[in-house]
Design a binder for this molecule. Structure first.
Ligand SMILES: [Zn+2]
Length: 270
């Protein structure tokens, strides 16, 4: 199996419609056959914490029991960080502190746990932020410093700027769309270097956003999220995108993690 390295970029709260209309760099990769681009319906409820868990474990919220944002205890399930560590791979994350709680230790104490460096934890190297208004530009720099220092095999880059703008301004607003444009411009600065280093990039969102400045429900704006897959592991002309329940398994396949036991999307893989 090919032991590839993966960067998982989670653009929190980005709807498919805004992704397709505002992400000029990512769409340029799709248009020129350099990336796969597609859309999936997120699982329900369209909320962050249940869907973070779904993306990293392959378990639907209704199955895991993690069905709201104040819930952190789920049915025990291996996630992609556990699976990578079990095979001796290096893991890292620049992410909102909910990932630390879901994957490493609950609860989070920001005064002493912003920086994680512990090879015994599923996310071995972490820079966790705790403000919803933490700028995406800083998240990308946090990710870049983890990459430089640790050369992880699996790096999660989780930005919250688009979601934050959506809660302030709503889906159909310049504020929300411009947050998406800003995130795309940041990716255009960082991604070429990541690709040069041989990383496979898996980019998606947890959920979209409604015009009512909230998300949770079953409307297309809340549910339809974009997917971009960039790197030689992926087929740009694949007939469909990985569903959220296939994200963990597809990531494991790309990394060459054997016997992961998760559902995955064979169609997007070369
Ligand atoms: Zn949100």
């Amino acid at each position: 199996m090919n032991m590839r390295r993966v960067i998982f970029v989670l653009l929190d709260g980005l709807s498919a419609r805004s992704g397709q209309s505002c992400m000029g760099y990512l769409e340029s990769l799709r248009e020129t056959g350099r990336a796969f681009g597609g859309v999936v319906r997120c699982e329900l409820p369209a909320l962050s914490r249940p869907l973070y868990h779904c993306l990293i474990t392959g378990k639907r919220p209704a199955e895991s029991g993690l069905v709201h944002n104040t819930c952190w205890q789920a049915e025990p399930a291996q996630n992609c960080f556990h699976l990578a560590c079990a095979q001796g791979r290096i893991t890292a994350a620049a992410a909102y502190y909910w990932f630390r709680e879901l994957v490493n230790v609950h609860p989070f104490a920001p005064e002493r746990e912003r920086v994680t460096a512990d090879p015994a934890l599923p996310i071995q190297h972490g820079l966790f932020y705790s403000s919803d208004a933490y700028p995406d530009a800083q998240v990308l720099l946090d990710a870049q410093s983890l990459l430089t220092a640790h050369a992880p095999d699996l790096l999660l880059v989780h930005s919250l700027g688009i979601d934050h703008a959506g809660h302030l301004h709503g889906h159909d607003s310049p504020g929300y769309r411009n947050a998406a444009r800003e995130a795309d411009m940041l990716l255009a600065r960082h991604m070429p270097g990541w690709l040069e280093q041989g990383y496979q990039l898996m980019i998606t969102s947890d959920h979209g956003m409604s015009a009512d400045k909230l998300h949770n429900g079953n409307s297309p704006e809340e549910r339809e999220v974009p997917v971009w897959l960039v790197g030689d592991a992926f087929r740009p002309d694949a007939p469909r995108a990985p569903e959220q329940v296939e994200w963990c398994g597809t990531l494991c396949e790309v990394m060459g993690i054997e016997a992961h036991g998760k559902a995955f999307c064979r169609e997007v893989l070369r």
